[in-house]
Write a protein that binds this ligand. Structure first.
Ligand SMILES: *Cc1c(COP(=O)(O)O)cnc(C)c1O
Length: 411
C-alpha cells in the first residue's frame, strides 16, 4: 500500500507518490465521486426535496465497486439489459431500487421487475404485447412508465446526436405511436401508466434541451387518465465543467417547466446521471516503455492504449499530466499505445519535457464509457486502484489468461 501525505491537495500532489502502482491502470478517486454526488443531490434536493430520486446509469461505468458505492449512498441502479439487471441484483439492489429501461429487457427479469415494484419504462410495442400476454395471470397491479420519442432536433437545431435522423427509443409522439401505446395499455387489466421517461443524449446538454423535454412531458401527461407519479428526465447533464449549466440551473428549470402542468404538481423527479458523476472520478496512468525517432518525430510507446480511454476512437482530447525528472524540452512526441493499430496514439505532446523510459503520464477525466466499453483486444482488462484516505488499494485485479479462458479446457 502506498501512503500519500495529505488529502485535499491538487491532483499532482495527490498522485505524486504513485511509483508502486502497476501500469497501465485506472485510479478511482473516491473523494471526487463523493463530492460530485453530494453536489448533485444537495442542489436538486434544495428544489425538489424528498421528491428527488437518483438512478445511477450503470452502463456509463459498471465497475462493481462503483455500483456498491452507489447502493451504499442511496442511489437506484438504472439498467438497460438483463445482464445489467442481474448485476444490480447481485450487487444488492432490491428490485424496487432498480430502474429498468431500454429496448432489450430480458423476459424473465422484466417479469421479476414488474412483480416486485421496479420502475419499468417501456420502450416498444413488443414489450406492450409481452405485458398483454402475461398481465392476466397476475393480481398485483403493474406500474409502468413510457419512454417518449419526438423530433427534438426541430426544437433544438444541431443539438441532438441524430440530427434529422429519427431517434430509435420510445414511442413517437408525432406519428401517433404514443397515443396507440396509451390506448393499448388502457385495454389491459392490472396495468397502469404512472410515469414518463424522456432521456435524450445530446451534444450540448443544454438547458434548452431540458426545457423541451419538460414541455413534452407536460403535454403527454394530460393524455393519461390516472395520476402521473414520476417524470424521469434521464441523464446527460454537465457535472462541474466551467462555463456550463450548473445543477442549480437544471434543477430550477426543470421545476419551473414541469410546474406548468397542474397534473405534474406532485410528481417525483427521477434523474439518471452517469457521466456527470463518474467521468472526473477516474484517471488512467501509463508508463513509457520505448522511444524511437522516425521522420523527425519522437515516438514513445506506452504500456497503455487508447482503447482503454477512448474505446470507439472518437479522437477525444484528454487532459493529461506528465511525471518526469527530465529538464530538456523537445518539439514533438507522439504517445502511442500497446496495440498493433497505427491509430492507437494517445496524444501528441508539443514542446514538452523530453520523456524517458518509465516516465509516467496521467490521463484525467476517464471514468465515463471507458471501463464499461473496453474491449479485450490484445491485452486483458487493466488493474484498477481506489485512492481513499490517502491509500491506494486494488478494486479490480488485472484480468488474467485464466479469466479469459473461463470454462474452456485445453485439449
Ligand atoms: C446512457 C443513459 C443515461 C446516462 O447518460 P450520461 O450521458 O452518461 O449521463 C441515462 N439514461 C439512459 C436511458 C441512458 O441510456
Amino acid at each position: 500500500m502506498l501512503k500519500v501525505d495529505k488529502l485535499g491537495l491538487d491532483m499532482k500532489n495527490l498522485f505524486y507518490n504513485f511509483e508502486e502502482l502497476k501500469t497501465p491502470c485506472f485510479v478511482f478517486d473516491e473523494e471526487h465521486l463523493f463530492k460530485n454526488y453530494n453536489n448533485l443531490i444537495n442542489t436538486f434536493k434544495n428544489i425538489w426535496g424528498n421528491k428527488l430520486v437518483i438512478g445511477y446509469s450503470v452502463k456509463t461505468n459498471s465497475l462493481p465497486w462503483v455500483l456498491c458505492w452507489m447502493r451504499e449512498h442511496g442511489a437506484l441502479a438504472e439498467v438497460v439489459s438483463e445482464d445489467e439487471y442481474y448485476l444490480a441484483r447481485k450487487i444488492g439492489f432490491p428490485p424496487k431500487n432498480i430502474i429498468y429501461n431500454g429496448p432489450i429487457k430480458g423476459k424473465e427479469s422484466l417479469l421479476e421487475a414488474l412483480n416486485s415494484g421496479a420502475i419499468v419504462n417501456l420502450d416498444s410495442f413488443s414489450e406492450i404485447e409481452f405485458i398483454r400476454e402475461h398481465a392476466q395471470n397476475h393480481s398485483v397491479i403493474w406500474n409502468v412508465g413510457l419512454r417518449i420519442n419526438f423530433d427534438l432536433e426541430s426544437s433544438c437545431p444541431s443539438e441532438t446526436i441524430m440530427g434529422n435522423e429519427p431517434g430509435r427509443f420510445g414511442f413517437n409522439i408525432e406519428n401517433g405511436s404514443l397515443d396507440s401505446a396509451i390506448y393499448e395499455l388502457g385495454k389491459i387489466n392490472n396495468v397502469r401508466i404512472v410515469g414518463l421517461h424522456a432521456h435524450h443524449s445530446t451534444k450540448t446538454k443544454s438547458l434548452n434541451v431540458f426545457r423541451v423535454l419538460c414541455a413534452h412531458c407536460c403535454r403527454v401527461s394530460e393524455k393519461i387518465k390516472n395520476e402521473i407519479t414520476y417524470i424521469d428526465i434521464g441523464g446527460c447533464f454537465f457535472g462541474d465543467k466551467p462555463n456550463t449549466p450548473t445543477y442549480d440551473d437544471y434543477a430550477k428549470l426543470i421545476k419551473t417547466e414541469l410546474n406548468k402542468s397542474p397534473k405534474l404538481e406532485n410528481c417525483s423527479l427521477i434523474l439518471e446521471p452517469g457521466t456527470a458523476l463518474i467521468a472526473t472520478a477516474f484517471s488512467y496512468l501509463v508508463s513509457v516503455i520505448d522511444k524511437k525517432d522516425c521522420k523527425n518525430k519522437r515516438i514513445l510507446t506506452t504500456d497503455g492504449s487508447l482503447i482503454h480511454i477512448d474505446p470507439l476512437m472518437h479522437g477525444i482530447r484528454h487532459h493529461l499530466e506528465i511525471f518526469s525528472d527530465s529538464n530538456k524540452f523537445i518539439e514533438t512526441q507522439i504517445l502511442a499505445g500497446f496495440t498493433c493499430v497505427e491509430k492507437d496514439r494517445l496524444a501528441q505532446l508539443e514542446n514538452e519535457k523530453e520523456l524517458e523510459l518509465n516516465d509516467r503520464i496521467l490521463f484525467k477525466v476517464t471514468g465515463a464509457y471507458t471501463i464499461s466499453m473496453s474491449p479485450l483486444f490484445i491485452q486483458n482488462y487493466p488493474i484498477i486502484y481506489e485512492l481513499k484516505n490517502g491509500n491506494y488499494h486494488i478494486i479490480r485485479n488485472r484480468w488474467t489468461v485464466e479469466n479469459f479462458m473461463q470454462n474452456c479446457e485445453v485439449f
